[in-house]
Design a binder for this molecule. Structure first.
Ligand code: ATP
Length: 276
C-alpha cells in the first residue's frame, strides 16, 4: 500500500504506516496512519507517552534532534514526500510546527521573534512580504503589536503562546502543527487561544493540534485521532468521538461508569465548558 497508493490531494497531510524508534529499544509509534485534509483541523489525543509529540517530530523532520528515527512508513504533504527531508525544507513546503512549551527567544523583542520565523524561508529577505505577514500576525494578535518592542521573556504565558504561534505564521504555513497550545494556561486564556486557532483555520490553514485538554481539542477539530501506546486506538469525526463512551471516560472526565451506547446521551461535562 505504501508505495502503490496514489499521492494525496494538494495540501493534504498523509501519514502512512509510520513506525518510529528512539535508539534500539523504544518503538514510540507502530504503523500509524492519519490524514489531515487540506484546510482541515484534526486533533491528536492520548495520555502521556502515547506518542503525540513523536508524531509531530516525525512530520516536522525533527526526530533526529531527539535521537529518534523513522523505521518504516511515510509522511507526505500533497505529492511531496516529507520523509527524511530536513526541517527547513519541510517548513518551506508549508508545514510549520509551534513547539510545546512555547520556546520563544526570551532575550529578543517580540518583533525580532517574529522576524526569526522567516529565517530560512525562501524570499525571507523580501521586506514587503515580511511586513505584510507581520501585519497579518499583529491583526490576529493585537497584544503582540502593543508589545512589539518588549523582550519576549517579559510576556505572560498566554502571550508567549501567541508569540510562538505568530512566529510560526510568519512562515505562511499551509499546515500548522500545534503541540499542547493550552498547556499551563488559565481557562480564559485557553479560550482566547482556541478562538485564534479557529480564525487561523477559517483563513484556510490546515491544523493538526495535539492536546491533553480533550474537550478543547474535540470542540475545535473536525476529526480526531486517539493514540495509545504508539498505536491508533480510535479515529473519526470529533462529534462521534466526543460521544464515545471510551473517550468520555478516558479523556473527558466522565467517571460515572454508567455510560453505555444504549444510555441516553447527555452533553459530556468537560465539553460543556467549551460550548458556545
Ligand atoms: P507527553 O504528552 O507526555 O509528551 P506524548 O504522547 O507526546 O506524551 P511522546 O513524548 O511522543 O509521547 O513519547 C512516546 C514514547 O517515546 C514514550 O514512551 C517516551 O518515553 C518515548 N520517548 C520520547 N522521546 C524520547 C527520546 N528522546 N528518547 C527515548 N524515548 C523517548
Amino acid at each position: 500500500m505504501t508505495s502503490t497508493a496514489p499521492p494525496a490531494p494538494p495540501d493534504t497531510l498523509d501519514i502512512r504506516d509510520l513506525t518510529v524508534v528512539y535508539g534500539r529499544s523504544v518503538r514510540a509509534l507502530h504503523e500509524v496512519s492519519l490524514q489531515v485534509p487540506a484546510g482541515g483541523i484534526v486533533a491528536l489525543l492520548g495520555a502521556n507517552g502515547a506518542g503525540k509529540s513523536t508524531l509531530l517530530r516525525a512530520i516536522s523532520g525533527t526526530l533526529s534532534l531527539h535521537a529518534g528515527a523513522i523505521e518504516s512508513g511515510s509522511v507526505a504533504f500533497g505529492s511531496l514526500d516529507l520523509t527524511g527531508l530536513p526541517p527547513a525544507d519541510i517548513v518551506a513546503a508549508g508545514v510549520v510546527q509551534v513547539p510545546e512549551g512555547r520556546r520563544v527567544f526570551s532575550g529578543l523583542s517580540v518583533e525580532d521573534n517574529l522576524a526569526a520565523g522567516r529565517l530560512g524561508i525562501r524570499g525571507w529577505g523580501r521586506r514587503s512580504e515580511a511586513r505584510e505577514t507581520a501585519g497579518q500576525v499583529y491583526d490576529l494578535f493585537p497584544v503582540l503589536a502593543e508589545r512589539r518592542r518588549q523582550a519576549a521573556g517579559l510576556l505572560s504565558g498566554g502571550e508567549q503562546q501567541m508569540l510562538a504561534m505568530g512566529r510560526a505564521l510568519m512562515a505562511r504555513p499551509r499546515l500548522l502543527l500545534l503541540d499542547e497550545p493550552s498547556l499551563g494556561l488559565a481557562p480564559q486564556i485557553t479560550e482566547r487561544i482556541a478562538g485564534i486557532i479557529r480564525q487561523i483555520h477559517d483563513q484556510g490553514t490546515g491544523v493538526l493540534v495535539v492536546e491533553q485538554n480533550a474537550a478543547l481539542a474535540l470542540e475545535l477539530a473536525d476529526h480526531a485521532c486517539v493514540l495509545d501506546l504508539g498505536r491508533v486506538l480510535l479515529t473519526g469525526p470529533s462529534s462521534e468521538l466526543s460521544e464515545s463512551d471510551r473517550v468520555r471516560q478516558l479523556y473527558l472526565g466522565d467517571h460515572s461508569g454508567e455510560a453505555s451506547d444504549q444510555a441516553p446521551r447527555s452533553e459530556p461535562r468537560a465539553l460543556a465548558r467549551w460550548a458556545g
